[in-house]
Design a protein around this ligand. Sequence first.
Ligand code: NAP
Length: 498
Amino acid sequence: MTKAVLDQKVLKNHMGGEWAEASEVTDVINPATGETIVQVPLSSKEEVNQAVRAAKKAQKEWGLVPAPMRAEVLFEVGRIMKERKEHLAALLTMENGKVLEEARGEVQEGIDMAYYMAGEGRRLFGQTTNAELKDKFAMSVRAPIGVVGLITPWNFPIAIATWKSFPAIVSGNAVIWKPATETPIMAHELMKIFIEAGLPKGVVNIVFGRGSTVGDAMVQHKDIRVISFTGSGETGSHIAAECGRQLKKVSLEMGGKNAVIVMDDADLDLAAEGIVWSAFGTSGQRCTACSRVIVHQNVLKELEKRVLEKMKALKIGNGLKEDIKVGPIINQAGMDKIKKYIQIGKNEGAKLIAGGQELTGDQYTDGLFFEPTVFTDATIDMRIVQEEIFGPVVSFIPVASFEEAIEVNNSVEYGLSSSIFTQDVNQVFKAQRDLDTGIVYVNAGTTGAEIHLPFGGTKGTGNGHRDSGVQALDVYTEWKAVYVDYSGKLQRAQIDVD
Ligand code: NAP
């Protein structure tokens, strides 16, 4: 089993370039073993205020550093992350539970994001255009916003942080970051890397603590000019309402109810593999996890058979062991929610054909493990088909046509990711046009986003902003229009146009 050792037992906040203890702490539990790994601060509003003061001061200078020089720090961050990939991945598995190969993949996303956003330091393109008057020049440039607040979830504790913090940093902002209390270790390790990479003091500040205190204080703080949030729909809607009241910019990435569509001409083995990977990877605790399979009725039985067959290879346990494919559920609340939905599915009349139980017994006693679960004969009015469960549970919904498949896909309140397995090129192009989600895959599962494309969703998943991709820069910059008149006289736009 891989070993990774933390250099301290109690984590500290990082504000204005200094590590700072908090008066109250809580335990961080390894969900695979029930062991306490470390303790994390439960900070107060005062610590948020302190961090914002430091960030404001730091941003004044950082915003004036040329972007290619700001980017140099990110190149170095990427290099150190690459050097430390195994160490970071093992710690990530310990705090979050996802299996080691997925943890490595998540760290790699962060490395890729570092290099990609470092490249943006030499672009950050604005536009030059023609002015409507003689001897006048017009352009638009991206300007930093100032102090930005990042609130991140436990399920991708390092990748999502890099999707948000790297574009914020290269754009010349200072950052206040509140990681999820369940998974603070990645934040702590990334902060150490920022320091080693030469990021000036105060440009990134980490305040650990509960969303209801630290997160809320960030949302309320008048000097935090934008909030970038990833998490549940419930929390996101609350934050959006608060930001709305203050006219504060807010970027939201929230839940999903993602579907794989399997048409009757699909390669069924490939589809089954895609379903198993997208439904049960990270124990279904991905925002892009497949939790619905919309399958043409002609191939329903055969697809069920092949999915159940492939599920036999899923070894469940502590993700630090290389042969484990499905890790634990993050905490007791997550487990209770999954169990509640299993009962709801049964009561609604869906047919349980695999799993459905919490795993107990010697090898599972200290952790929280749930069997990969399949319901079939589900219908669109069922809650298990409409609501996010956030666990290894997938429901098969039979349909009679391509048109019905698209309709069923679009019938949920979320719009993050969707996929279609078919050999028909006409259906492929119609599907990518008609699926109402921010991400569409063809002949692949619902997960596997690449960092240089925009990540986010439609409808209840988001509010129109995107993480990662060049589009992320829109969250952390203001567009400024600049006019330079070199005519030597006062020209009045519109009025002076003949
Ligand atoms: P969550 O409970 O909403 O928490 C997300 C973050 O918000 C945590 O840091 C949390 O802090 C903080 N928070 C909680 N209440 C707050 C408040 N009143 N004000 C400010 N911040 C507050 O979500 P989660 O359970 O961690 O994450 C799972 C959810 O995230 C799922 O719905 C999943 O689909 C979604 N997700 C979406 C994407 C995407 O890109 N669309 C990606 C990943 C996950 P504490 O927990 O520390 O108290």
